[in-house]
Design a protein around this ligand. Structure first.
Ligand code: SAH
Ligand code: SF4
Length: 394
């Protein structure tokens, strides 16, 4: 594999669009159709070493080794949950760490949850990323590459990445242009329709309006989820500092604008915290707040984080909450928790190399099993065309 850390001057294939890749090939004295071949190796066969791109002339392979690299991020650690959720810790070129998560579902959906910033400045009290503070923006390529790498690994195993949610580390609308650019590339280059892409925001009012306008102009159908968690300014302000800047009334106005411009319904996220926002009264307040809005409520049982003392709501209270909302005509579901045993759930991503020795040993075993299954299915060992995800773990 070409190691970018040792060769910082090399261009990253994931950062190049078709024209740029063709221009690079031209500058190397090669023909344009080679760009398609390179893309197939990278995006469909998950091949990172130009030397293994067997249908390219030897000279070009050598030139590419000197001029380019595939990928700018390194897998620092990976954990596999009992439910198949895979959490990955990436080391970026400047040594910063981010996490992304891949969730397989029984109906063959494969959802990547990706990060938009290193850390987050929004300071929501219940969220591990918020607790670590803000480090820096991710570039559009770093955002795109998280999804592209999962996509390539799945394709090499005859599977397909079907959905991408911007619910990892960071506030997507605080990195607006990079996130929009990454989403456009996920659609055009990974073939994931915009209605299978979801942005989740803490509730930045001007950006919600701007997002609505851009989607309408470009015909993008990216889904929008708003992290609400409380239906009064007092309660929301206590958990989410952003509410002091953009109080609930302004937020709901912006949501109405989004629904009008897009014609689509909007999702509201509500982390259920025992005794805090999971009672019948809070459910009624929420139903009143959203009355008349084309909306769906996603209830997330609170995931534990070190810096927040609140507890998860029990299943009975969660169901009661759903019933109150449904009775008021509001659709609501309780989200199935994924990857909780490896801290891969909503709001649990942080820049730590998490995991007990026990969890790490189990992960290694699960990865070995997965590798064996792949080999049995495809009849090839990693290195013969396709590289398995395990091969990238450093
Ligand atoms: N910054 C964006 C997206 C990342 S957080 C946002 O806040 O929307 C993704 C989702 O996880 C948000 O809905 C967020 O409120 C929720 N979340 C954060 N911490 C959580 C926790 N401890 N338990 C459950 N959900 C949490
Ligand atoms: Fe940032 Fe979202 Fe976490 Fe709030 S919930 S701190 S906005 S990542």
């Amino acid at each position: 594999m070409v190691q970018s850390a040792k060769a910082p001057g090399l261009v990253n294939i994931y950062a190049m669009d078709d024209q740029e890749l063709e221009a690079l090939l031209k500058s190397l004295g090669s023909q344009r159709f080679r760009a398609k071949q390179i893309r197939e190796w990278v995006y469909d066969r998950n091949t990172h070493d130009f030397d293994n791109m067997f249908n390219l002339p030897k000279k070009l392979r050598h030139q590419l080794q000197l001029a380019a690299r595939v990928g700018d991020m390194h897998v620092q650690d990976e954990q596999l949950s009992r439910d198949g959720t895979r959490k990955r810790l990436w080391r970026l070129n400047d040594g910063q760490l981010i996490e992304s998560v891949l969730m397989p579902y029984k109906d063959n959906r494969r959802t990547a949850c990706i990060s938009s910033q290193v850390g987050c400045a929004m300071g929501c009290s219940f969220c591990a990323t918020g607790q670590m503070g803000y480090k820096r923006q991710l570039t559009a390529t770093e955002i795109f590459e998280q999804a592209a790498r999962f996509s390539a690994e799945l394709r090499a195993e005859d599977q397909r990445l079907s959905n991408v949610v911007f619910m990892g580390m960071g506030e997507p609308f605080r990195n607006f242009d990079a996130v929009m650019s990454a989403a456009r590339r996920i659609r055009s280059e990974l073939g994931i329709g915009s209605r299978h892409i979801t942005f989740s925001t803490v509730g930045l009012v001007p950006e919600i309006r701007k997002f609505a306008d851009i989607c309408a102009e470009e015909g993008l159908e990216i889904k929008l989820a708003i992290s609400l968690h409380a239906a009064t300014d007092e309660a929301r302000g206590a958990m989410m500092p952003v509410n002091r800047k953009y109080p609930i009334e302004q937020l709901i106005d912006a949501c109405r604008y989004y629904v009008e411009r897009s014609g689509r319904r909007i999702s509201f996220e509500w982390a259920l915290i025992a005794g805090q926002n999971d009672g019948v009264e809070e459910a009624r307040e929420l139903a009143d707040l959203l009355r008349g809005l084309k909306a769906h409520v996603n209830l997330i049982p609170l995931n534990p984080t070190k810096g927040f003392g609140g507890e998860t709501t029990g299943a009975a209270n969660a169901q009661r909450f759903v019933q109150v909302l449904n009775k008021a005509g509001l659709s609501a579901t309780v989200r199935v928790r994924r990857g909780i045993d490896i801290d891969a759930g909503c709001g649990q991503l942080a820049d730590k190399n998490a995991g007990t020795d026990d969890a790490k040993e189990r992960t290694k075993q699960l990865l070995r099993d997965a590798k064996e299954r792949t080999q049995q299915r495809t009849g090839r060992t990693p290195g013969e065309g396709a590289e398995s995800p395990v091969a990238h773990t450093e």
